[in-house]
Design a protein around this ligand. Sequence first.
Ligand SMILES: NC(=O)c1ccc[n+]([C@@H]2O[C@H](COP(=O)([O-])OP(=O)(O)OC[C@H]3O[C@@H](n4cnc5c(N)ncnc54)[C@H](OP(=O)(O)O)[C@@H]3O)[C@@H](O)[C@H]2O)c1
Length: 307
Amino acid sequence: MNLATRFLTLIGAAVSGAFAWRLLQPEVVQRSPSRFLAAALPTRDGRPPVALVTGASAGIGEAFARRLARSGYGLVLVARRRERLDALADALQQQHAVEAQSLVADLAEPDDIERVAGVASDLSESGRLDLLINNAGFGTVGNYADLPLQSQLDMLNVHVTTTMSLTRAVLPGMLRRGRGGIVNVASTAGWYPLPGNATYSATKRYLINFSESLQSELDGTGICVQALCPGFTYSEFHDTAAYRASGFRREQLPWFMWQTAEEVVEASLNALGREVVCIPGIHNRVVTMMQMFVPRAILGQVWRRIK
Ligand SMILES: NC(=O)c1ccc[n+]([C@@H]2O[C@H](COP(=O)([O-])OP(=O)(O)OC[C@H]3O[C@@H](n4cnc5c(N)ncnc54)[C@H](OP(=O)(O)O)[C@@H]3O)[C@@H](O)[C@H]2O)c1
């Protein structure tokens, strides 16, 4: 073996080692649970800390609310469906003896975003808000040229404007306390061009870059930011008329591609404060990393054919 071959072999081994280490890290290396999975610490006034969760009426948001209540967090539950939120708030109060309140809001509407941001800001200023989970979201099906513009603008508001507004609202209070966590629920779809979901993948990309930049700005302040990037997750996300009309069925995908909302939430809270980008599930990390080596124009074509 000549010197150049040895050098390349060494580089190859180092890259493969780093790659494997990175893939395994969340499951194997992080054995001790993070502070966000442990029992919630009381705030300065001795009361339990509060988490505000958007999109708490179903799926991943509901799983966040249930998991955090189990740790003793008070909850502010935000979504449009009041009956769902009230039922969840009642259940959490009874099962975990925590405070839980419904906050009905349509986060596609600027006035409602402002109202929720006001509540978030007050809670943060009072020193009680420990966690903000920007989770509300939805998908659409179809090419951008064929979709009503309003549906895409609504998506921009729910995914991006809401996240920007609520995050800005809670930061001053969290900075003063020197403590807090912000989870922005993005998606593996934020890692590649996704024909048929152009606005969805673009808004999720925004959340990833926003979270990474924000965490850099906040390093050393005691505030942890995370871009949570789930892959296919059992929830109501794919139960819409549009997905049904498109012929989408969960069984089309192999079982190992799916995770439960509870698995996603456990991975997120365990990674919060340790990793800015959390991609739950080794299969999602493998797919996300592999496509980093493929030119983006080709990726777009590949996803177009798969769909
Ligand atoms: N499921 C997946 O495969 C998957 C994969 C990657 C990322 N994600 C992301 O995970 C997040 C949660 O989705 P999910 O899978 O849990 O879906 P889900 O079961 O459909 O839940 C979506 C939640 O968002 C709320 N929501 C939607 N539009 C809203 C609006 N205009 N105003 C207020 N709340 C609104 C819904 O509440 P109301 O209808 O009551 O308003 C619901 O609580 C989303 O950001 C999604 O993009 C999901």
